[in-house]
Design a protein around this ligand. Structure first.
Ligand SMILES: [Ca+2]
Ligand SMILES: [Ca+2]
Ligand SMILES: [Ca+2]
Length: 144
């Protein structure tokens, strides 16, 4: 089975996998290539379902990419130059209160990978730990 999702739907999946609160993360990621890449990597085995484990794996690789100084902490030191800088900082401002569970002002790898999955939890109504991609999209959009 091939699951084709329109760009807006992929966007929603990324936002929800990526963030506790979907909309600001969506604003932070406007590169179509990156969105596509992340949506594909979130459903790692391509079965049309996303599991908590797949979200954590996707977050791990995302963390590695964002942690530019490789100190296992996400903070403003990791902001890229130029175009993405403001988006990154905006994203960080929204993410930090939700993900910085020890309150030290930066998001550690563990805090990021194991952070809130609000949309996933809302969509996983039977609590079996997996959600159809379509259901995740619908839930993420309803949470905006
Ligand atoms: Ca899957
Ligand atoms: Ca860092
Ligand atoms: Ca922290």
């Amino acid at each position: 089975m091939t699951t084709y999702l329109p760009t807006t739907a992929r966007f929603a999946v990324i936002a929800l996998v990526f963030a506790g609160t979907a909309a600001p993360a969506a604003n932070a990621m406007q590169s179509a290539d990156r969105m596509e890449q992340f949506a594909v990597s979130a459903d790692a085995n391509g079965d049309g379902y996303i599991t908590e484990a797949e979200i954590r794996e996707a977050r791990t690789s995302r963390f590695d990419r964002f942690d530019r100084d490789s100190n296992d902490q996400l903070n403003s030191d990791d902001a890229p130059r130029f175009l993405m800088r403001q988006q990154f900082n905006d994203w960080l401002t929204v993410m930090t209160p939700d993900f910085d569970t020890d309150g030290n002002g930066s998001i550690s790898r563990n805090e990021f990978v194991n952070g809130p999955m609000h949309a996933f939890e809302a969509a996983d109504t039977d609590q079996d730990g997996q959600v159809a991609v379509e259901d995740l999209i619908a839930t993420a959009q309803s949470l905006r």
